[in-house]
Design a protein around this ligand. Structure first.
Ligand code: NAD
Length: 253
């Protein structure tokens, strides 16, 4: 049990990568709060975890709202007595299209869901981490933040902000024994955002073109990302902070 009894929040865990992270951490002994705006999906993930002997409960919260984020952190403390790890996974993208065609409201949503959520998680979780002598943030960024490609410009920029912000926080919060790391997954076509990243239906032709750019010859899975999150959340990573772990089959080299 690599994260036995750790109190962990996973945002946007009602599906996709977040669901995979929540399930993997619970399987390794964590007490997980599954967060999402989608209640039905989040509760389904909790049911899956508890039915297999894991410990999880749902908390509905919109990570772009300060009062929601505050309540989410408070729920972890109330239910588990403390908060050890916060996985900021919830994210959103505009559809793949030329930068000049992305409407202003979609730009705003991208930065609010992807970047402001990190600000809010920091503001509300750090005081709890300080009370117990430390903590750990795992921020799900993207290969898009280090190797941007056309069509996702504003999303790419938001993930670049997540990476730089995480490194800055690692430097600033290190003296409080708070670790801050990022994971950069490459494309995963099975998630809710897959078609928007690709800019259209996931035809075999479109997938093959993208797959050819990944040296290990396949896309990432939620389990690939969850395994990286498990390591970063565990005590094995006690001296790892300020890093960005690419889970990308060497796409970014
Ligand atoms: N899928 C990929 O190819 C890929 C690649 C690199 C990085 N990422 C990143 O991984 C993360 C997860 O993406 P995914 O592909 O699993 O997406 P997804 O759409 O399958 O899952 C995202 C979940 O977040 C929830 N969510 C959205 N806005 C929210 C909010 N404001 N508050 C709370 N929950 C909210 C959604 O309801 C959904 O359940 C995102 O940060 C994304 O940018 C994804």
């Amino acid at each position: 049990m690599r994260v036995h009894n750790k109190s962990i929040i996973v945002t946007g865990a009602g599906g996709g990568i977040g669901e995979g992270i929540a399930k993997r951490l619970a399987a390794e002994g964590a007490k997980v709060i599954v967060n999402d705006v989608n209640v039905a999906q989040g509760e389904k993930v909790v049911k899956d975890i508890t039915q297999t002997g894991g410990t999880a409960s749902f908390f509905a919260a919109d990570v772009t709202q300060s009062t929601d984020m505050q309540a989410l952190v408070a729920a972890a403390v109330q239910r588990h007595g403390r908060l050890d790890v916060m996985v900021n996974n919830a994210g959103w993208t505009h559809r793949n299209r030329p930068a000049l065609e992305v409407p202003e409201d979609e730009f705003d949503k991208c930065y609010t869901v992807n970047v402001k959520s990190i600000y809010l998680a920091t503001i509300h979780a750090v005081p709890e981490f300080r009370k117990t002598g430390g903590g750990c943030f795992i921020n799900i960024a993207s290969t898009a933040g280090v190797r941007p490609r056309p069509g996702l410009t504003w999303y790419n920029g938001s993930k670049g902000a997540v990476i730089t912000t995480s490194k800055s926080l690692a430097a600033e919060l290190g003296p409080d024994n708070i670790r801050v790391n990022c994971i950069n997954p490459v494309f995963n076509p099975t998630t809710g955002l897959g078609a928007d990243f690709a800019g259209g239906a996931l035809t075999e032709e479109r997938l093959a073109k993208f797959r050819a750019t990944i040296p290990l010859g396949r896309f990432s899975t939620a389990l690939d990302v969850a395994n990286a999150a498990l390591y970063l959340a565990s005590d094995e990573a006690a001296f790892i902070s300020g890093v960005c772990l690419e889970v990308d089959g060497a796409r970014c080299v």
